[in-house]
Design a protein around this ligand. Structure first.
Ligand SMILES: Cc1ncc(COP(=O)(O)O)c(C=O)c1O
Length: 411
């Protein structure tokens, strides 16, 4: 199959992309907000609901054993795909819940009055607010590594902050606004030398980059299923076993206990200690199917395709009068997204006018208000790419920006 034919075949696996809205085909450029779902993922979840539905882990009848195998099989394949282990792969509701798990469970045991937690100026609110709550509770301090003009982290300032011996450095792998790919292994090395632990928000990175968590050496790595061609309602925390063993449960209830007495309980082993209540069974099975699907295409192929799209997007957008792209100049340094400002146009107007022509982009602060302040804007427009996008989609974006300019009478 030629590259174009195989791309068409990939795009054909997303049922929603066959739709038209208002007479226009859907040009979906919002995968950084949530990706679309390929048919094999939908099928895997439907199969569970139609053929294999039962609660997992405690049932001893064949249907329950089958459902348990599907759920734990998904965990095994997800762990293996990222170079982790099943015991160190914990399912949570989303990336936000996974970060909160660490902030509450690890944080309340290990962060004390006067301690320092280091974040960066390019964090999503999910990787800010849990640490604010922790630091307020513990009377600890938060500090931020600045973002430089070129959209990269100021690693000299990181070193200065590391001299103060922080407990944790928490930062994003691929920025959902700037697209910046941060040097995770290098930051982790420096943080570890300074005695700090490292949490990485891999929400945008996991669907975009070939990854082996062993190479990154983060202590905690979190991501979310719905941006990785999987269902909503599921995220993943990978953590170092020794740390997870020592951490107390975050949420208590059924499924996570070994014994319960009137006044105290004991916990079962990893990873279930952190999975209280009935699990997201269909969602885990769907996410397992998503990583099978991505794995069959190959992360190297996905990265190469999306880097080509990002390069082309930067070229095309450079020709739009009054348009400024935020973030690194080179596609090699950025993930599959481009945020921009258009002189004289509010991002919401841009998003709405593009939307009338079927072009779906995100307009707003992208849950990154501190970064918006740093950039000196209230909001940006963001186009983000996935494996199904093509150069034709980019052309529709640029044509749509022509409509924006005409509608808003921009000179
Ligand atoms: C970089 C980043 N981190 C975290 C999140 C939060 O993901 P979720 O809402 O699935 O928890 C997002 C979602 O937009 C994101 O882009």
């Amino acid at each position: 199959m030629t590259a174009v034919a195989s791309l068409r075949a990939v795009a054909a696996e997303f049922p929603v992309l066959a739709r038209e809205i208002g007479g226009y085909p859907i040009t979906y450029l919002d995968s950084a907000a949530t990706s679309q779902t390929p048919q094999p993922v939908i099928d895997a979840m439907t199969r569970y609901y139609t053929h294999s539905r039962a609660s997992i882990h405690r049932g001893v009848y064949p249907l329950a054993i089958e459902a348990t195998d599907l759920y734990e099989g998904a965990r095994r394949r997800i762990a293996e795909w990222l170079g982790s282990t099943p015991e160190e792969t914990i399912f949570a509701a989303n990336a936000t819940a996974a970060i909160n798990l660490v902030a509450y469970s690890w944080g309340r045991q290990n962060v004390h009055r006067g301690d320092l937690v280091v974040l960066t100026e390019m964090e999503h609110h999910s990787n800010i607010v849990p640490w604010q709550l922790l630091c307020q509770d513990r009377e600890a301090e938060l500090a931020y590594v600045p973002v430089l003009e070129d959209g990269k982290l100021d690693l000299d300032s990181l070193d200065t902050l590391l001299e103060r011996g922080p407990r944790l450095v928490a930062f994003v792998h691929v920025s959902n606004v700037l697209g910046t790919i941060n040097p995770v292994a290098e930051v982790a090395r420096r943080a570890h030398e300074a005695g700090a632990l490292v949490l990485v928000d891999g929400t945008q990175a996991v669907p975009q980059l070939p990854l082996d968590l062993r190479d990154l050496d983060a202590d905690f790595y979190v991501w979310t299923g719905h941006k990785a061609y999987g269902p909503t309602g599921i995220g993943v925390l990978h953590g170092r076993r020794e740390l997870l063993e020592e951490m107390p449960p975050f949420i208590g209830g059924g499924h996570m206990i070994r014994t319960v007495a009137a006044n105290e309980s004991t916990w079962i082993d990893l990873p279930w200690k952190f999975e209280a209540g009935t699990s997201q069974i269909a969602e885990a099975i769907g996410l397992g199917a998503a990583v099978d699907w991505i794995g069959a295409i190959g992360m190297d192929a996905i990265r190469s395709h999306e880097e080509t799209l990002a390069t082309r997007a930067l070229e095309l957008l450079a020709d739009v009068p009054g348009l400024v792209v935020h973030g690194p100049a080179s596609a090699a340094d950025r993930g599959a997204l481009v945020s921009f400002s258009l002189d004289g146009a509010h991002p919401h107007d841009i998003g709405e006018i593009l939307g009338r022509e079927g072009v779906c982009v995100r307009a707003g602060h992208h849950c990154a208000q501190p970064l918006m302040r740093k950039l000196g804007v209230a909001a940006t427009t963001r186009a983000s790419f996935a494996v199904h996008n093509t150069e034709a989609d980019l052309q529709r974006l640029v044509d749509g920006l022509g409509s924006v300019r005409r509608t808003l009478r921009l000179s």
